[in-house]
Design a protein around this ligand. Structure first.
Ligand code: SAM
Length: 395
C-alpha cells in the first residue's frame, strides 16, 4: 500500500465532484461536513444533491471544470469518463480520486467516524469494503461511548459507586461496572488479584487495600478518603473484590457516606463463592442432593459455626479450614463428609481440592489464601449421579 494517511486542511479550497448519481451523492454528504465549497458536474444531477446547497453545473464533463480545483472526485458510472478526469487532473497536478478504481487514484477517501473530540479515518489495506464498514461501525460505537462517558461523568460528579469487581478475573466484571470505571475520575481499589486490569481506565487509581505494602488503611480511613473525593466533586468508583455486600463492608461505606449526604449506588459483582462453584465444578444446589446454601466466614476461630444448610460455603480463613473440618467431626458428621476447596477461583493459577473432612484434618493439603471452602454432598454430585445411574441399570 503506497497511500499515506494524512489530514489535509481544505479551508477555502474547492472540491469538484464529477458525477451526479448515488456515489456522488454519498461523496457530497461526506464532504459537506468539512466544507461547503463543493462543485458537482454532471449532465444529470440527483435532486438530493441539488437540495444540499452545493454549486451545480449540469453539463458533460470537460477539463475546464477542474481548473481551479484542489481535490477532484471522479464518481461517474462510466470508467472512460473517470479515467479522463484522472488523466486531466494528473496533468494539471491536482489530487484526484477515482471511486471506481482506488488504485488508479492519487488519493483515497477513508471511511470517517467522529465524535465531539476525535475524527478517525479507516482505510482497508486489502480493499475489503465489508471489513472497513465493520470496523467503522465498531469505532463509531466506541466514539459514541466516549461521548456518553463524558456526559455521564459530569452527571455523576460527587457520587460514589461501590462496584463489585468479581473474583479477580477481569472478564467477570459486569458491563455496568466496566462503564463506571471508564467514566470515573478516581478508582479506589483494594486487594483485587490483578490490578493491572485497571490500566485501561483513565481515572486516577488509588490502592486502599489492607494487604500490600506497609501502609494499612483501616476502614475509617477508607471511608474518609471516599468522602473527601466525593466532596471534591469527583466521580468516585470504589472497586471491591467479589460483591460489595458479601464480606465486603459495602454497607458500612454506604451508611458512612449517606450520613454525609453523599449519593451512593451499589453495583453487584460475582461473589467468589459463586465463582468457586462454577470454576471448581461444585454446584451449590443440586436436585435431590442439596436444596439450601449458607454463606459464612471462616475468618476468626471463634466466629465460624456449622451452618444450617445442605451446602455450607466459607469465605476467608484458609488457616482455619482444618479447625472447621474438626468441628464438623466433633458435631457427628462422618469422616467421609465431602469438602471442596477452591483457591484463586477464575484465575489462571486456580487450584481445586475435593476431599473429605477426615482427610482434611490430617493436614496433608497445602492450603493457600484466598480460598472458598464448600462443605456438603454436592462436592461429590457427579459420583452420586453415577451411582444412581448404575443402581437404576442394575434394577
Ligand atoms: C474480605 S472477603 C471479600 C469477599 C468478596 N466481597 C466476595 O464477594 O467474594 C475475601 C475472601 O473472599 C474469598 N475470595 C475472594 N476472591 C477469591 C477467589 N478468586 N478465589 C477464592 N476465594 C476468593 C476468600 O475467601 C477471601 O479470603
Amino acid at each position: 500500500m503506497d497511500f499515506l494517511p494524512i489530514s489535509i486542511n481544505i479551508k477555502n479550497k474547492k472540491i469538484v465532484i464529477i458525477g451526479g448519481g448515488n456515489v456522488a451523492t454519498q461523496k457530497v454528504f461526506g464532504l459537506y461536513n468539512f466544507t461547503k465549497n463543493i462543485t458537482v458536474v454532471a449532465p444529470q444531477i440527483s435532486d438530493v444533491i441539488k437540495n444540499i446547497g452545493v454549486e451545480i453545473i449540469e453539463a458533460e464533463y470537460t477539463k475546464s471544470h477542474i481548473n481551479d480545483a484542489f481535490l477532484v472526485y471522479a464518481c461517474t458510472n462510466n470508467s472512460l469518463v473517470n479515467k479522463q478526469v484522472a488523466d486531466d487532473a494528473e496533468v494539471k497536478g491536482i489530487l484526484f480520486n477515482r471511486t471506481d478504481d482506488a488504485t488508479e487514484s492519487s488519493f483515497i477517501s477513508p471511511a470517517i467516524v467522529q465524535n465531539s473530540t476525535h475524527v478517525v479515518a479507516v482505510n482497508s489495506k486489502n480493499k475489503n469494503v465489508k471489513s472497513t464498514v465493520d470496523l467503522r461501525n465498531k469505532l463509531n460505537a466506541f466514539l459514541t461511548d466516549l461521548d456518553v462517558n463524558q456526559v455521564e461523568n459530569q452527571i455523576n460528579k460527587g457520587k460514589v459507586y461501590l462496584v463489585g469487581f468479581g473474583p479477580g478475573n477481569p472478564d467477570l466484571l459486569t458491563i455496568k461496572g466496566d462503564k463506571l470505571c471508564q467514566q470515573a475520575d478516581v478508582i479506589f481499589y483494594d486487594d483485587l488479584l490483578d490490578s493491572t486490569a485497571l490500566d485501561k481506565y483513565n481515572g486516577e487509581k488509588v490502592y486502599v487495600g489492607k494487604r500490600r505494602g506497609n501502609h494499612h488503611k483501616c476502614q475509617d480511613e477508607i471511608n474518609e478518603i471516599l468522602y473527601q473525593a466525593a466532596k471534591q466533586e469527583k466521580m468516585v468508583v470504589r472497586l471491591k473484590g467479589g460483591d460489595p455486600l458479601i464480606f465486603g463492608r459495602g454497607s458500612e461505606e454506604k451508611v458512612f457516606l449517606e450520613e454525609r449526604s453523599i449519593d451512593v449506588t451499589i453495583i453487584p459483582g460475582i461473589t467468589s463463592a459463586i465463582a468457586a462453584a462454577a470454576y471448581g465444578g461444585i454446584p451449590l444446589t443440586h436436585r435431590g442432593i442439596s436444596s439450601t446454601v449458607a454463606f459464612g466466614t471462616a475468618h476468626g476461630k471463634t466466629s465460624f459455626k456449622i451452618l444450617e444448610a445442605d451446602t455450607s460455603v466459607y469465605y476467608m480463613g484458609a488457616k482455619n479450614v482444618i479447625d472447621i473440618a474438626q468441628k464438623y467431626l466433633d458435631s457427628g458428621y462422618v469422616a467421609n463428609y465431602p469438602v471442596g476447596i477452591v483457591y484463586n477461583a477464575s484465575m489462571p493459577d486456580q487450584e481445586v481440592i475435593k476431599t473429605t473432612i477426615g482427610e482434611l484434618i490430617t493436614g496433608k493439603f497445602d492450603i493457600k489464601s484466598p480460598i472458598i471452602s464448600i462443605f456438603g454432598n454436592t462436592v461429590n454430585f457427579q459420583e452420586i449421579i453415577n451411582q444412581h445411574k448404575s443402581e437404576c441399570c442394575n434394577n
